[in-house]
Design a protein around this ligand. Structure first.
Ligand code: GLN
Length: 536
């Protein structure tokens, strides 16, 4: 394709409508037509990145291969499109301002007054175009975070307005709104959508396509009414009603020809057919699965489904490939102890101990791991979960009383998990963890090696503490093996207990690298072991 096409996705009425899923689903459809697609997100908050936000504020923090802490929507983009995103795919207002202010301090503005328009908007536009300018993509989909009408999204909407002029036919605006059902009146209401589109129009943008989020399918009348009031073609009012799985959304949009409408509006000839064969197979497996696999996820944010988003999706993908329904149980680590571990865990087929920071709920994680270890139940520790595995093993197998991570107890006698050398003199908390993909060399014949079927892998990290190599010999002599090592630094990336059926901890986050097309090998291996436990 000659020119890169830019599609913008804005949201109205309320947040949490699933703009990221709609953007990813449209991306999937364009990709399924043979186009090269990437998706980026612009977040209007002042933080430089979400790395310093806690999960209550922002859900999971996703990490790209090149080491950027990003919004969790990037996880959806990767899982749907089976692509790798990068630093360029997630920009915040904080970063935009930082760039502009740095330029001002350098003297780049030659004595001019620095203003939101044009300087901030120019920097936003420059960032929007970065991926497109590489020539690697036919379509760049840009999701604008927040809701139209928010004070903080104004510069973004203004940048999109300007780009529409500059890009002409190569630019398309999609607005996602909400159509609520009012139970007392037994009616759906389009007024919020009308208001939201009006707000967008006041800011100079006429959307080309509207996506209406609704609980139940809407009548044609309702869609036509919206089209009439909002100056949008009838066929360009698409509905996105609730479906049992987010992975069905591309099919919902395809049935309404959203891909063709986008192509027509952008003047791209419609060629070939929409190839969603593999995607449909995956969905069919998901629906056809009768037996389930019961996994317990032990963490401290159980009331917050977004906190462990990528782990949930990785487990679901692996279960689906094994033709099982994922029966996921969230177990609050603060409510778990040695007394109730049996009651809470005995019926599970496998236990996954979640990543995290700080000591809250830590004892519960030890209790879960001790139970799994003593009852030979498949157990998977991810990042902090791996560190907990090491600490529990140190205390209860190696007999190192009160062994700990120096994150939790800086004065512990047995620092089996300790701050990485490179972290020791750091004063700045933002963006300074060990982040992104690193090499890991696997021990032949380990479970990890057999799962990946390869000796050298690369997985993504987000941590400050590490396995203390001073204790390596002692652990190995007592049955916990270090089966994955970073070849450059010698850092331990994987521990396993070969005497048990499946007991593994990874310092890295395999969940960041698991897509519908390509589920992560360790999740596949873990689910397989859990299924073998299954007493159904
Ligand atoms: N808090 C631990 C560390 O910084 C683990 C981090 C994590 O689980 N992502 O090393």
């Amino acid at each position: 394709m000659a020119d890169t096409k830019y599609i913008f996705v804005t949201g109205g009425v309320v947040s949490s409508l699933g703009k990221g899923i709609v953007a990813a689903s449209l991306g999937k459809l364009l990709q399924a037509r043979g186009f090269r697609v990437t998706i980026q997100k612009f977040d209007p908050y002042i933080n430089i990145d979400p790395g310093t936000l806690n999960p209550y504020e922002h859900g999971e923090c996703y990490v790209t291969v090149d080491g950027r802490e990003t919004d969790l929507d990037l996880g959806h983009y990767e899982r749907f499109l089976n692509i790798s995103t990068s630093k360029a795919n997630n920009i915040t207002t904080g970063r935009i301002y930082q760039n502009v202010i740095d330029a001002e301090r350098r003297g780049d503005f030659l004595g001019k007054t620095v203003q939101v328009v044009p300087h901030i908007t120019d920097e936003i536009k420059r960032n929007i175009l970065i991926l497109g300018n590489t020539g690697d993509y036919d379509f760049v989909i840009t999701e604008i975070g927040g809701t139209v009408g928010d004070i903080e999204s104004l510069p973004y909407i203004e940048s999109v307005r300007q780009l529409r002029w500059e890009l002409g036919k190569n630019c398309l605006c999609i607005h996602l709104t909400y159509v609520p059902y009012i139970a007392a009146a037994k009616e759906v209401k389009t007024k919020p959508t009308q208001h939201s589109v009006k707000e967008l129009q006041e800011q100079g943008i006429q959307p080309n396509i509207l996506v209406l989020r609704t609980e139940k399918p809407l009548s044609e009348n309702i869609c036509h009414k919206v089209a009439l009031f909002c100056n949008v073609d009838k066929n360009a009012v698409i509905q996105s009603y609730d479906v049992p799985s987010i992975y069905e959304v591309p099919l919902v949009l395809a049935r309404q020809n959203m891909d063709k409408i986008v192509l027509q509006k952008m003047g791209v000839p419609i060629k070939g057919k929409l190839d969603l064969e593999n995607w449909k197979n995956f969905l069919n497996n998901m629906k056809a699965a009768k037996k389930s696999v019961k996994i317990g996820l032990v963490g401290k944010y159980v009331e917050l489904p977004d906190a462990y988003k990528s782990i949930n999706e990785s487990l679901l993908q692996a279960a689906t490939y094994h033709k099982r329904k994922l029966d996921l149980h969230f177990i609050h680590s603060e409510k778990l102890n040695d007394e109730n571990a049996e009651e809470l865990l005995q019926n599970l087929d496998g236990v996954l101990v979640a990543p995290g920071f700080g000591h809250r709920g830590l004892e519960g994680k030890f209790a879960a791991l001790k139970f799994a270890r003593e009852h030979n139940k498949p157990a998977f520790g991810v990042c902090l979960g791996m560190q907990c595995m090491v600490i529990e093993y140190a205390r209860n197998v190696l007999g190192l009383q009160n062994a700990n991570s120096t994150e939790m107890d800086p004065n512990t006698k047995y620092k089996v998990i300790d701050l990485m050398e490179a972290q020791k003199n750091l004063k700045i908390m933002g963006g300074s963890m060990r982040l992104g993909a690193y090499d890991c060399k696997l021990e032949k014949d380990s479970i990890a090696y057999n799962a990946y079927n390869s000796e050298l892998i690369r997985e993504r990290h987000r941590h400050r503490y590490e396995f203390n190599n001073n204790f390596k010999a002692q652990f190995e002599a007592n049955g916990m093996k270090c089966t994955g090592i970073n070849p450059q630094t010698g850092l331990v990336e994987i521990v396993e207990v070969p005497a048990l059926k499946w007991y593994m901890g990874t310092q890295y986050h395999p969940e960041y690298n698991s897509t519908v097309a390509n589920p992560n090998p360790l999740f596949m291996s873990f689910i397989k072991a859990a299924i073998a436990e299954n007493k159904e």
